[in-house]
Design a binder for this molecule. Structure first.
Ligand SMILES: *Cc1c(COP(=O)(O)O)cnc(C)c1O
Length: 354
């Protein structure tokens, strides 16, 4: 029945999200969710929003939330754009800021949604290979381009690019937009938000899905100079004027304002990550240095697909990518609770011993 489809839809290769299994009792380490719940303050305000006022549209500009995000980062509200998850913020950035005649650049191993947006919006792109040690080499991006985008830390590798290298990229690339996707920055990196004042072409994208334990609320945001934010607003207001519902606006603000809870979430995940990396290396795994809430690891004697299947038989799910071929040996494993990571390590010990 695809004769009813538009030509664009026929040509799409959609993003495939990690599995959200219907089975309970699985150790779910496949989509980089936070293993802990969100701040109790978030639950309180979300409950309070379940009221008669739901008959009214939410604030189209999410003004209170944007003011809270601006205060948290020490920027002004006109430098903040919010969206229904950072995936939506990224989608608008592709349309508003990365669609030009020249191809945009991103790593060959990176967030697999980027080529999908290029397909949807018909944006030319060129992938730049990571180094042998899976690092982004800034020099490779200092070439004429329609824009640059990558996550920092990168996904699915977890490797961090130093802020000084991001600044070198910005200084050497004044003519096109550079988007830094900081989905995982709270787990060990230094944010590029401090560079926004000096670089008019820098857009930093963030999400509450991972470090704020709010993947289910769907809130992401971008920080950049007002001319970039205006471009995003022009797309948003040509697409959906009310992307954040009342629950999302209230809950996200409460989370941003609960600094102590947020810090404790990040500290716990980082402590468990250190223990997990040590345990994996002791079993003979090669683990890339991670600044994220996941690790990327391979075993010299076992294939990635086989390990993934063997873990699944033991009710543990991790993420495995077949392509590019260079990463097929690797497992991407979300840092869970200590108990979840112990279960993973015990299972891997049994599998690797066979
Ligand atoms: C998880 C993730 C996102 C999307 O986050 P949402 O806010 O949940 O849409 C964006 N970029 C990267 C690199 C991610 O890993």
């Amino acid at each position: 029945m695809s004769q009813y489809w538009s030509a664009v839809v026929r040509g799409l290769t959609p993003y495939v999200p990690g599995e959200q299994p219907k089975l309970t009792n699985l150790v779910k380490l496949n989509t980089n969710e936070n293993p802990y719940g969100p701040s109790p303050r978030v639950l309180e305000v979300v409950r309070a929003e379940a009221a008669e006022t739901l008959r009214l549209y939410p604030d189209p500009g999410s003004d209170r939330l944007r003011a809270g995000i601006a205060a948290f980062h020490g920027v002004t509200a006109d430098q903040v754009f919010v969206g229904n998850g950072s995936d939506e913020v990224l989608a608008h950035a592709f349309m508003a800021l990365l669609k030009h005649d020249r191809p945009i650049l991103f790593p060959d191993i990176t967030y697999s949604f980027y080529p999908v947006y290029c397909g949807l919006y018909e944006i030319a792109h060129r992938t730049i290979p990571l180094s042998e040690s899976f690092e982004i080499r800034v020099d490779d991006y200092l070439t004429p381009n329609g824009g640059v985008i990558f996550p920092n830390p990168n996904a699915p590798t977890g490797c961090l690019l130093a802020l000084s290298e991001i600044e070198r990229l910005l200084a050497g690339n004044p003519g096109s937009v550079v988007v830094i996707d900081e989905a995982y920055i709270d787990f060990g990196g230094e944010s590029a938000i401090g560079l926004v004042a000096r670089y008019p072409q820098l857009l930093v994208v963030r999400t509450l899905s991972k470090s704020h334990a709010l993947a289910g609320l769907r809130v992401g945001y971008a920080i950049g100079q007002p001319h970039l934010v205006e471009a995003l607003n022009r797309v948003k207001d040509s697409f959906n004027s009310y992307p954040l519902d009342r629950f999302a606006q209230a809950g996200a603000l409460a989370s941003i304002e609960d600094h102590a809870y947020f810090e404790s979430l990040c500290t716990q995940v980082v402590a468990t990550r250190t223990r997990l990396v040590d345990a994996m290396r002791a079993m003979g795994f090669e683990v890339l240095p991670s600044a994220a809430n996941f690790i990327f690891a391979r075993h010299p004697a076992h294939e990635g697909a086989a390990l993934t299947a063997a873990l699944r038989e033991r009710s543990i799910i991790v993420r495995h990518f077949m392509r590019p071929a260079r990463i097929a040996p690797f497992l991407r494993i979300t840092v869970g609770t200590d108990a979840q990571c112990n279960a993973l390590v015990d299972a891997l010990k049994a599998i690797v011993a066979c």
